[in-house]
Design a protein around this ligand. Structure first.
Ligand code: NAG
Length: 338
């Protein structure tokens, strides 16, 4: 009996080792040199972030503008399929129209994806709330990662292990009145149920939810034992980026990734991952706890985003995602003067 367990654990362990491979320092340097932080500048109208920073409550004109911004982004990229999924659900004041944005790039013949997720709706109150960390920056960050890695996917999928990449920009995360199970995470509840009905939940290799990012000094805990290895890898990426001085934060500063995990906390934070978690999907929840002080305040705007933090998130998420997708070797380093 003991031996069997050992073989089982070894098999699981081996599987995880093979779904993650580190980039070299040269590759980190390449990612650093090819960065384009203008895309995340909240004052750049041609970037990814500025067009999201508007009131975008479900069904509003702002919401439609932001959907178009996402759609155009994916339409301009090689290999992506994007769809706007409209649906209606009952809110506290009657039926509300919502729209989830679902974008996918799959290698030929493969239906298994790393799924990067953020909500794009803004909260109804306070009036004029644009939710810079909640979750305009997380959305823009996901776009940035996709843009930085898209050509490498094309190169690497010619020969290596293949896993697709999916982006979910979910609507209706915020409560329309008071946060309850029935008045929150509309888009996530709808999508999780739809995917279950279609038997598609197992296409999600990992559901990585980004929320409340972009303020300074986040502390992101590991919340679920099943994805603790991925959290550990994120801390490892942070360490290497700081050591090589690509990060704006120094090695001596506090890590953003508190370890060991505090798995009880995960169950206490309501967010878009819950309906997926309840259906057995592996979840990595990237949310700082405690929340930044601008949370749900009018001051959650462009002025209170932290430039250094946004810079480091951009590098960190690009590298971590590249390692998850095993893109090492695909960066065309040999064509570049180091
Ligand atoms: C919701 O969508 C339907 C169908 O597209 C439309 O007829 C209706 O006016 C919309 N409702 C609201 C409140 O916008």
């Amino acid at each position: 009996m003991k031996t069997l367990w050992f073989v089982f654990i070894l098999a699981v362990w081996t599987a995880c080792v093979f779904c993650y491979s580190e980039l070299s320092n040269e590759e980190l340097s390449y990612i650093d040199r090819s960065k384009n932080l203008d895309l995340l500048d909240p004052t750049n109208p041609n970037g990814y972030l500025a067009p999201i920073l508007q009131v975008r409550t479900p069904g509003s004109q702002g919401s439609k503008n932001v959907q178009r911004h996402f759609q155009q982004f994916f339409n301009d990229l090689t290999g992506w399929h994007v769809k706007l999924e409209e649906f209606t659900m009952a809110g506290p004041q009657g039926q509300v129209n919502f729209t989830n944005v679902i974008a996918t790039r799959d290698p030929p013949g493969v239906e298994k994806r790393l799924t990067l997720v953020a909500h794009y709706d803004s909260k109804l109150l306070p009036d004029g709330f644009v939710g810079a960390i909640d979750s305009a920056f997380p959305c823009a960050l996901i776009m940035y990662v996709v843009k930085q890695l898209n050509d490498v996917l094309t190169t690497q999928w010619k020969h290596d292990r293949k896993i697709g990449l999916q982006v979910l920009f979910l609507d209706g995360e915020e409560a329309l009145e008071e946060w309850t199970d029935d008045d929150s995470i509309y888009g996530a509840r709808y999508l999780a149920q739809k995917m279950e009905e279609k038997g598609l939940l197992n296409t999600i290799d990992m559901f990585v939810l980004l929320d409340l990012l972009g303020a300074k000094s986040p502390s992101v805990m590991s919340m679920y034992e099943g994805t603790d290895w991925a959290h550990k890898n994120m801390k490892n990426v942070e360490k290497r980026l700081r050591k090589q001085k690509f990060a704006k934060h120094k090695r001596s500063e506090a890590s953003w990734f508190a370890r060991p995990g505090r798995f009880f906390i995960g169950g206490m934070l309501g967010d878009d991952h819950i309906p997926f978690l309840q259906r057995g999907v592996p979840v990595l929840h990237l949310i700082p706890y405690p929340f930044p002080e601008t949370w749900h305040e009018l001051s959650d705007n462009a002025q209170n985003l932290d430039e250094k933090a946004m810079h480091d998130w951009a590098l960190l998420m690009t590298v971590w995602t590249a390692e998850y997708l095993e893109l090492s070797g695909g960066f065309g380093i040999e064509n570049v003067d180091l």
